[in-house]
Design a protein around this ligand. Structure first.
Ligand code: PBG
Length: 328
């Protein structure tokens, strides 16, 4: 016997108040982390492959921090466009306490003391070859040598006032090494958000334009970033990063990897974040520009999907737009 008509799932969908009352998932500005690109000078530099996103000088960064505060966005993620002449094979500018990243952290903390600042720990914006670490004569990224530099980079960022350091390099063992160094240097409350499951993805192109590493990158990042074919390996990565002291873990890219987010969240009781990366942003913008979809609806639907899959929050270039839409 059919259950119809006693059971009609459309009943609770029939009016707006009822749909709101039955929503299983909520999305608020508190779920958004806004990635920002910092550059020398005071101008605004639009990024052609990321329409609507710019690199900002320090004054612009302070303005963005105030904008984020007013929109209820709790945290900013910073990425520096290091001047070309400061990029070296060893990426040593990453360790300069007065580098662009550190000045941006201080600028934000002066302008808006109570907004969270997340910093990327990896060498790619500082190396002449565009890789995330130290390379040997064959172009192989050396694990332990790189990890040792990342520890110092994370300490420099913490000294400058970073609230969350986020290693995005995928070296083995770096989360534990960074945690130990933060503890030993009095930064017990600096969080680590580990890019735990970061894939060697075709979706990072516009980001590499934004930080000026696309033209420099030799080869690809497949010896350290994960193979898109793998899911079990992501769970092993997450387990290791948690054991090493990560406070939260990230899956990246976002939308093509919702299955990974769901599996991580089902397996581990930790906060999970997703990075809706530059190529995903560009796809939504291209779809909207082509009239294939409506920008605001696409943005909110994708962000809700991350929440439904189990994310505490999402790094997204659409953060200010989404926050505005959610405030309505
Ligand atoms: C590099 C880094 C990348 C992104 C964040 N940190 C690029 C890469 O791994 O090549 C990508 C973010 C995006 O595409 O929006 N450590």
């Amino acid at each position: 016997m059919s259950q119809y008509p006693a059971l009609r799932l459309r009943r609770t969908r029939a009016s707006e108040w009822s749909r709101r009352m039955h929503a299983e998932t909520v999305l608020t500005p508190a779920n958004l982390i806004w990635p920002l690109f910092v550059t020398e000078g005071e101008g605004e530099e639009p990024i052609a492959s990321l329409p609507g996103v710019s690199r900002w000088g320090l004054n612009g960064i302070a303005d963005r921090a105030r904008e984020a505060r007013d929109l209820g966005i709790p945290c900013l993620a910073l990425f520096p466009n290091t001047p070309r002449e400061l990029r070296t094979d060893d990426g040593r500018e990453a360790l300069n306490p007065d580098n662009l990243m550190c000045r941006a952290i201080k600028t934000i903390k002066d302008a808006v003391p109570d907004i969270g600042v997340l910093t990327d720990v990896a060498l790619d914006p500082y190396t002449a070859h565009g890789h995330d670490g130290i390379v040997d004569a064959n172009g192989y990224v050396l694990n332990d040598e790189t990890s040792a530099v990342l520890v110092d980079q994370a300490l420099v960022q913490a000294e400058a006032g970073a609230d969350i350091v986020a290693p995005s390099d995928m070296m083995d063992g770096r989360v534990g090494a960074i945690r130990a160094a933060l503890e030993a240097n009095g930064h017990v409350n600096v969080q680590i958000m580990a890019y735990a499951a970061k894939y060697a993805s075709a979706f990072y192109g516009p980001f590499r334009d934004a930080v000026g590493s696309r033209g420099l990158l030799k080869g690809d990042k497949k010896t350290y970033q994960m193979d898109p074919a793998n899911a079990e390996e992501a769970l092993r990565e997450v387990a290791l990063d948690i054991a090493e002291g990560a406070d939260s873990v990230m899956v990246k890219p976002g939308l093509p990897y919702l299955d990974i987010i769901l599996r991580v969240k089902s397996e581990f009781q930790v906060p999970v974040f997703a990075y809706q990366v530059s190529g995903e942003y560009a796809m939504i913008e291209a779809a909207a520009t082509a009239g294939a979809g409506e920008r605001e609806a696409l943005v909110l639907e994708t962000l809700m999907a991350f929440r439904r899959a189990g994310c505490s929050g999402v790094l997204t270039y659409h953060a200010p737009l989404a926050a505005k839409l959610l405030a309505r």
